[in-house]
Design a protein around this ligand. Sequence first.
Ligand SMILES: [Zn+2]
Length: 216
Amino acid sequence: MNHLQKIFFSSILLGGAILGIAFLSGRRQEQSSEPLYKQSLNQLKELSQKKYHQSLQLLAYAHYAERDSLHDVAALFHAMSHADAIHCANCRHAIEALGGMYSHPTISPTQFVSTTTHLEKTLHNKTLTHDHQMPKYINQALSDNNRYIARMLTWCDASDIKQITLLNDILNSHPSQHQYLYKVCPTCGDISWETITTRHCPMCMTDSVKFIIIRH
Ligand SMILES: [Zn+2]
């Protein structure tokens, strides 16, 4: 092999190596364009849209209960509507922090039946979310090692558990035992009631002076 042939073959080898490196680097960029926490993002979008819908529906149920002078139920629906709006906002901030985009879902008008049915329907929806969605979502955030999302989802689930308890109480107790005053933590959506006094939210340590007061 003469000198020119050596140069020729070296150039071919060098060109091939450059093409190979360019191809691999392109593949790497393609892979990195895949958003991080993709599964968590999809779950947060699903949850935030559900919370948005529930918040509006609970507000409509509160007005319906007020119309029937059921002030205790109206107070609970108002408190729950605030809590779900806070959860929706928390999910929305998390989506944006992870580089995703949030959009409001299209909402169909609320169908009214009776206040008891509204309470039962809400209890059913809250129980489904707690039993089937939240464990999966929290586990996903933990397996991503994303403690910010896991903490926010835990707040949301804890608030839902409290809402399930309050719904069961109001459906099963005597009207004289019902509450007319609720406090909602503006950070995590935790709901507390009249008889419970605390200086800080037990979930997120927000000062109680910031609590949203719902009174009927
Ligand atoms: Zn809180």
